[in-house]
Design a protein around this ligand. Structure first.
Ligand SMILES: [Fe+2]
Length: 142
């Protein structure tokens, strides 16, 4: 249930990122910048939902504080740092730099999302089954 919502949200973020990449590949900086801003906002919302709603609930319930959520939080930091570099490349009108960096970010996000979708989210679904509805509502309203 939590897995479904968060996995769909990963897909929405991926789509926005692909839009920005396609526009940059076409040399359309203005469209790329607008699409990229949409991607970054959606991604920031997603990361924040996990960090402020999902992870604290999972950590409190499971007692696992230095475990998978700690790794995910660290990777969120890497994703944010890369997103800032990509934003800068667009601001500097360096579309080739943007496209090079975007490949790296793409891989980073895919590997990160796979760990969440295959490991952490199912674990959250089983650990937080009795809280799933209320958590889902908090995440949707975020
Ligand atoms: Fe994450």
């Amino acid at each position: 249930m939590l897995t479904d919502f968060l996995t769909a949200d990963h897909g929405d973020c991926d789509e926005l990122f692909a839009k920005a990449e396609n526009a940059a590949a076409d040399g359309d900086r203005a469209v790329a910048q607008a699409a990229y801003a949409g991607f970054e906002a959606a991604m920031e919302r997603h990361l924040s939902i996990e960090e402020t709603v999902l992870f604290p609930e999972f950590e409190a319930r499971s007692g696992m504080v230095g475990g998978p959520t700690a790794v995910m939080r660290m990777e969120h930091g890497q994703i944010r740092a890369m997103m800032a570099q990509l934003r800068q490349a667009l601001e500097d009108r360096e579309l080739d730099d943007f496209l090079g960096l975007s490949e790296t970010l793409h891989i980073l996000i895919q590997q990160h999302n796979m760990k969440e979708e295959q490991m952490l989210y199912p674990l959250c679904d089983s650990t937080l089954a009795d809280r799933a509805q209320i958590l889902l509502e908090r995440m949707q309203a975020y």
